[in-house]
Design a protein around this ligand. Structure first.
Ligand code: NAP
Length: 230
């Protein structure tokens, strides 16, 4: 098996996914990246030397293209399900939540990550690899207005825990990154100045800690990981 570790990251054109791609590329990883917008994805491809496949993780045809790309690589050590949908902004209360929008959020945030775990599992098994599903404190806290996104992340957390139990040789994590100054965060707080929120770069040490120390599978917050290994 070739020496260079390979990671597949969804939602790598912006925010935390882009930051993660840059951090792993700087540490010598091969990368396969995906996101919907061709231009920012092409930019990160050029910056990292990655293989980039443009498309929507909710689209089965796109996932079939990803499967073809992944079938061509020699090894896969890490999958990061990072792409996520907030849903409508401003965020509707559940009583008024359009059900088609609710289903769309679940499809991107819960169904697509499972589909990606399914299609990458054989390659992850071959490397005793790591899967990281990016969660949120909204999975646990009943914030008003966060019913769509929060429910999807709660389901993702449970899916992560069960996938971990069913695949004890892998490391399977839900990582709650905490607040980050990104487009998604601005969409969640459309009228607020979010310049006091931490940059996504501040979460990279926690992510690297998971990857390099391989603690037991489970749900971790970036804040706990950063504190515990300071
Ligand atoms: N920011 C926060 O405060 C915060 C807090 C807790 C958890 N999180 C979680 O952290 C992760 C990263 O969030 P972020 O704040 O970095 O978000 P972001 O800035 O909005 O970036 C999201 C990324 O996902 C891609 N994406 C979105 N929908 C996609 C789809 N259907 N198919 C493929 N790619 C898709 C976007 O690119 P395209 O538009 O090009 O597709 C973009 O690259 C998410 O899982 C989010 O739920 C964020």
């Amino acid at each position: 098996m070739p020496d260079t570790r390979t990671a597949f990251i969804t939602g790598a054109s912006a925010g935390f996914g882009r930051t993660t791609a840059l951090a792993l590329a700087a540490r010598g990883w091969n990368l396969i990246l995906t996101a919907r917008r061709p231009e920012p994805l092409a930019r990160i491809r050029e910056e990292t030397g990655a293989t980039a496949v443009t498309g929507d993780v909710a689209d089965p045809a796109h996932r079939a293209r990803l499967a073809t790309t992944l079938a061509e690589i020699d090894r896969l050590d890490l999958v990061i399900n990072n792409a996520s949908a907030l849903g409508p902004s401003p965020m509707p209360r559940l009583a008024d939540y359009p059900l088609d929008e609710f289903a769309a959020v679940l499809t991107v945030n819960t169904v697509a990550p499972l589909a990606i775990l399914q299609l990458t599992l054989p390659k992850l098994r071959a490397t005793d690899g790591i899967a990281i599903n990016i969660s949120s404190d909204a999975a646990r806290e009943p914030y008003e207005g966060w019913g769509g996104y929060g429910s999807s992340k709660a389901a993702l957390d449970q899916l992560t825990a069960i996938f971990a139990a069913e695949n004890p040789l892998l490391r399977v994590y839900a990582l709650d990154p905490g607040d980050m100054r990104t487009a998604m965060h601005q969409a969640a707080f459309p009228d607020e100045d979010i310049s006091d929120r931490p940059e996504p770069e501040t979460v990279v040490p926690a992510l690297l800690h998971l990857i390099e120390t391989r603690p037991p599978s489970g749900r971790y917050t970036a804040a706990d990981l950063t504190t515990s290994h300071d």
